[in-house]
Design a protein around this ligand. Structure first.
Ligand code: ATP
Ligand code: MG
Ligand code: MG
Length: 543
């Protein structure tokens, strides 16, 4: 544990539990089902669930579905899948819309207490009369409507008598409050819209700021954790719980959002990328969504480790994207099979190897984890090597293959380049090499040394594969025009070892020199495996 992984929310909960103020810790993760979850949501999920877990409490998954226009059941399903995949189990599964009846009753209570009124002003008028930081707001001409009239109008709003936007229900608090959120905020608006859960039952919908504290109180949430942009809402949150006379009193705590360098974490902007077809859906591996990270090959373990390491504070901070990459490397280092893949193949014919013959060679499955054992790979007269591992006119200190030079083929033999075959345009299309049977890997050969080792796959049995290499979607400032990175996706056609025929969607491998890869669950087909690069092998980043 270092300073950056401190967690002030945990300190608060610890005090509440130790002082006896809170008997059972209850938290909730309250997404609005209007998009797919992103890495920022994963932070909130991690925080809510691990806090309750650590104190033997409960966490609800609650869909904050108070805005029917943007919400959809597709999002509900994807959110459930993502939370489970991250490794968390909710106690209760709720919809804010289940509480519409209770919210309506509490609004009537506020009216009866003289704390809410129906306002006939338009949305624009309400905005214009709210005042500013230095100027108080202007009271609505409808502010002093009698209670009975308010009750009657509110009921008729609910019964559908009035068109959208013609009336709202507002709290009656203080038009001169220094906190603008307390200047008679809107509680209900009229919206004749179909809701994914309640259908056409309602044509008035509660505003988020009114609904959220009630949802928390109804569920007995003790610690309502949200991000710092809601700090100014806290006085109204407490007002709603108090004036609605809710028996359970939840408390709101705000922490700083997770922001990653060079990464968009706004559902609205991510949706635009999907709708404009800049990416291939919400789960495109370039997307910072949970489903995109999963498809790219991130593991829930790596994401959870990353969340714990970034800590929880009030402050705004940007976390280096490379820190997330560090945790997936750490997670896969000792458990991913290390195999050979040639991403950009160049054929090599070993002229002194007998035609029609082949042999099996031993290779370790993970050089850093001997427990993973060894496997056998075929070797024969024709192999593929990486195009970049050969140069016809190499610079000094190039230790890979060039005419007349000898290199080691990993876990196989030394080969020497004897001849370069070119097509009519002068492109190198094949190398003709000789091998030295004495130099077989593991034979104890010490006769001479070579400076370079290169990877390869047997051409006869290799499995064709597509490799997808990713770069960030954006090159510069995310808001800037034209900041899209034209190289965010690079496709390569090559080969992997024959044993990879068995690879299944979601299997993860380390390919020598190239990094960690995931078998794409959507586009892989028998005889054509698609590998998404999760991350390259090295980074300059230190945690
Ligand atoms: P967005 O701005 O991307 O639409 P949101 O906050 O509107 O996000 P919600 O569905 O309302 O999305 O979020 C559910 C929960 O996730 C909220 O409690 C919210 O505070 C939290 N959350 C969203 N983004 C982040 C983030 N970047 N870091 C930490 N928590 C986040
Ligand atoms: Mg929100
Ligand atoms: Mg939002």
């Amino acid at each position: 544990t270092n300073a950056s992984s401190s967690n002030f929310i945990k300190n608060i909960i610890t005090e509440d539990v130790e002082s006896g103020k809170v008997k059972e810790v209850v938290t909730r993760f309250p997404p609005e089902p209007n998009g797919y979850l992103h890495i920022g949501h994963a932070k909130s999920i991690w925080l809510n669930f691990t806090m309750a877990d650590e104190f033997g409490g409960r966490t609800n998954l609650r869909f904050d579905d108070t805005n029917p226009v943007k919400e959809d059941i597709e999002y509900v399903e994807s959110i459930k899948r993502d939370v489970q995949w991250l490794g968390f189990k909710w106690d209760g599964l709720f919809f804010a819309s289940d509480y519409f009846g209770k919210m309506y009753e509490r609004a009537q209570l506020l009216i009866r207490k003289g704390l809410a009124y129906v306002d006939d002003q338009t949305a624009d008028q309400i905005r214009e009369t709210r005042g500013t930081l230095t100027e108080p707001g202007k009271p609505s001409p409808w502010r002093d409507r009698p209670v009975e009239e308010n009750l009657d109008l509110f009921r008729r709003m609910k019964e559908g008598e009035f068109p959208d936007g013609s009336k709202v229900l507002r709290a009656k608090i203080d038009m001169a409050s220094p906190n603008i959120n307390m200047r008679d905020p809107v509680l209900y608006r009229i919206l004749h819209a179909h809701h994914h859960n309640t259908g056409d039952e309602w044509c008035i919908y509660p505003m988020y700021a009114y609904a959220h504290p009630l949802e928390d109180a109804i569920e007995g949430v003790t610690h309502s954790i949200c991000t710092t942009e809601f700090e100014d809402q806290r006085p109204f949150y407490d007002w709603v719980v108090r004036e609605c006379e809710m028996p359970n009193v939840p408390r709101q705590y705000e922490f700083g959002r997770l922001n990653l360098t060079n990464t968009v974490t706004s559902k609205r902007k991510l949706r635009a990328l999907v709708e404009e077809k800049v990416v291939d859906g919400w789960d495109d591996p370039r997307m910072p969504t949970v489903s995109g990270l999963r498809r790219k090959g991130y593991t829930p373990e790596a994401i959870r480790e990353f969340m714990a390491a970034t800590g929880v504070s009030k402050g705004y901070g940007e976390v280096d994207q490379r820190m997330l990459e560090h945790y997936i490397r750490e997670d896969l280092k000792l458990r991913a099979l290390r195999t050979m893949a040639v991403l950009d193949p160049l054929k090599v014919v070993i002229t002194n190897y007998p035609e029609g013959q082949s042999e099996m060679l031993d290779i370790e499955n993970n050089s850093e984890n001997p427990d993973m054992g060894t496997r056998q790979i075929p070797f024969s007269r024709e192999i593929y090597i990486e195009r970049e591992d050969f140069m016809e006119n190499p610079p000094a200190k190039y230790f890979r293959l060039f005419p007349g030079n000898e290199v080691r083929l990993k876990s196989a033999y030394f080969i020497k380049c004897e001849e370069v075959v070119k097509d009519a345009d002068g492109n190198v299309i094949e190398l003709r090499c000789t091998y030295d049977p004495e130099t077989k890997s593991g034979s104890g050969f010490t006769g001479r040394k070579v400076k370079g080792t290169i990877h390869w796959v047997d051409a006869m049995q290799a499995v064709p594969a597509e490799f997808r290499l990713y770069e960030p979607l954006f090159t510069a400032d995310l808001e800037e025009e034209g900041a899209l990175n034209p190289n965010s996706l690079q496709l390569l056609q090559g080969f992997v070892e024959p044993g990879m025929k068995e690879a299944r969607a979601g299997d993860k491998f380390q390919f020598f020199r190239h990094g960690y890869f995931n078998v794409d669950p959507k586009d892989s087909a028998p005889g054509r495996i698609v590998f998404n690069r999760i991350v390259s092998l090295k980074s300059s980043f230190e945690v």
